[in-house]
Design a protein around this ligand. Structure first.
Ligand code: HEC
Ligand code: HEC
Ligand code: HEC
Length: 128
């Protein structure tokens, strides 16, 4: 009896945690492919993941403005670097375009109903 109650309480707690986490980040999350690399042993992305989830578009748009209009070039928020880390390989080890349906950028944008035209001009695969 006690055991059953405790297990029920644990299950409720787990369900609550998941709901709280979902409500916490305002961006809906599909199942995203894992990044190829981490920035360092302690940091995954170029900014903390929570910050990236909310603000990556600002970094990218500022980065573009800085580069195109002001001639400033830093690698930190470079679109090329995003692709280097966030693209995946197919079964033959060839990179898949980052804007393909189930890939990192596109799967989340499709889920969130976001359209973006960046890849009309920008490379969608690493090293291309
Ligand atoms: C009409 C073509 C075109 C479109 C569309 C476009 N860009 Fe660019 N972008 C360029 C060119 C040209 C440069 C400067 C050359 C370079 O650095 O590759 C550039 C540079 C950049 C840079 C700095 C270089 C780098 O790789 O970090 C970023 C970041 C960037 N663009 C982001 C974006 C984002 C985000 C979008 C979509 C919202 C976008 N661009 C849409 C043509 C385009
Ligand atoms: C050095 C590799 C690296 C670079 C460069 C990088 N990322 Fe990341 N990014 C990661 C890792 C690692 C995570 C943590 C999640 C994971 O492991 O896939 C992450 C997480 C994210 C997330 C949150 C995903 C989630 O789970 O909610 C977004 C959005 C993101 N990155 C976008 C970008 C964008 C946009 C760029 C380019 C400006 C970029 N990243 C550059 C490695 C990288
Ligand atoms: C965790 C989900 C998620 C991931 C992963 C993600 N995005 Fe986004 N992105 C969003 C959401 C949500 C928006 C719209 C936010 C808004 O409108 O305020 C957005 C908007 C953008 C915009 C602005 C579009 C515009 O023209 O207004 C750019 C550029 C962008 N993302 C680039 C990227 C790139 C490049 C990647 C892959 C490296 C990526 N995103 C991965 C969720 C994501």
């Amino acid at each position: 009896m006690g055991k059953v109650l405790r297990r029920t309480a644990l299950m409720l707690f787990a369900a609550f945690s998941v709901a709280a986490a979902a409500a916490d980040s305002r961006v809906p999350l599909p199942d995203l492919p894992r990044a190829r690399h981490q920035v360092s042993a302690t940091q995954g992305c170029v900014e903390p993941t929570e910050v990236m989830r909310k603000n990556h578009m600002k970094f990218l748009l500022h980065q573009r403005d800085d580069t195109v209009h002001e001639g400033v070039r830093t690698k930190k928020h470079s679109l090329v670097e995003c692709i280097n880390c966030h693209s995946s390989d197919d079964r033959d080890g060839k990179p898949i375009a980052i804007n393909a349906p189930d890939q990192f950028c596109q799967s989340c944008h499709a889920y969130a109903g976001v359209q973006m035209d960046c890849f009309q001009c920008h490379a969608t695969k690493p090293g291309s």
